[in-house]
Design a protein around this ligand. Sequence first.
Ligand code: BGC
Length: 371
Amino acid sequence: MKKILLSATAIVVAGAFALTGCSSERGGTPAASGGSAKGFAADAKIGVALPDKTSENWVLAGKLFTDGLTKAGFKPDVQYAPASNTVAEQQNQIQAMVTGGAKVIIIGAKDGKQLSTQVKAAHDAGATVIAYDRLIENTDAVDYYVAFDNFKVGQLQGQALLDGLAKRAGHPAPYNIELFSGSADDANSAVFFKGAMDVLEPKIKDGTLKVVSGQTEITQTATDGWKAENAQRRMDALLTANYSSATIDGVLSPNDTLARAIITSVQQAGKPVPVVTGQDSEVESVKSIMEGVQYSTINKDTTLLVAQAIKMAQELQKGDKVDVNDTKSYNNGVKVVPSFLLAPVIVTKENAAEAYANVPNLLDVVKSYNK
Ligand code: BGC
């Protein structure tokens, strides 16, 4: 157990070091540390506003927040934005948390650009606002950001695509690829895509990679609402228009839900499955990876991220300084938000057992294939 804990710490610490050198592109001047709470009651109400359940990580986060905050002595108020009327409902939920006297409001934004009014109201009421996983944009009323380093996620996905092509395409470059990105209303989508293009663009320029459709702009690659059916529909259209005779060798997919939709599209078209990336370590995708179908995913252990957010709430409760490890990378358009960034880990069939050493349910999945 001790060894497991140590290695988890080592990953986080190594990530923190790795992060200090790589973020000048997203830089800016450090903001003054936010946080309006000067300590508050140990059994205070803590609001957690999560988006609609577009991937397994969100489903898991809700339960972990309820359990973890309760165990820490707080009164949790955990709400999900419903699938319809999502933005307005999330706005209402946050406003209700403010009115209800929450001392800290942790927000996984449905649309990071549409919460300025609610987070300002939170501030005016003396609450501290923590953006969770997704940045809240264009407001100075967000105090902290806790997330896996999204730019690094994109870079790892780009590199996995290149590595996978070299291993699996069965022929030398050039490789035919297509690019997908996430929903435009999620601030993460552009960051994932920029990170991936940081790795892929030079290879597109030098001819190693060929985006056969020519669709390389984020406006062309976006997947509305992070919905599987939208990715599948776009992939169907790309195959029909560009791959009647050509072979598709690889697809950049920003997460596992979309990766599986893209793979389904290719399979239904009767074509060999290309190298497809992913993110989130969803059980179905881990199985697919172990079966040699999906190529890669990313391990962003939700348990660690929720624990870090709860730790921030505890620091605020005590009136302690909030622990952050990055004050230059995440500019929300108005300020650089002091952040605690965790390090994402790339997972392929080769390193799955090692990558999930601390994630028991996924380790069991991997072991069931490695018997
Ligand atoms: C999260 C991803 C997730 C996506 C869709 C993003 O903001 O960072 O982990 O796959 O939302 O739910």
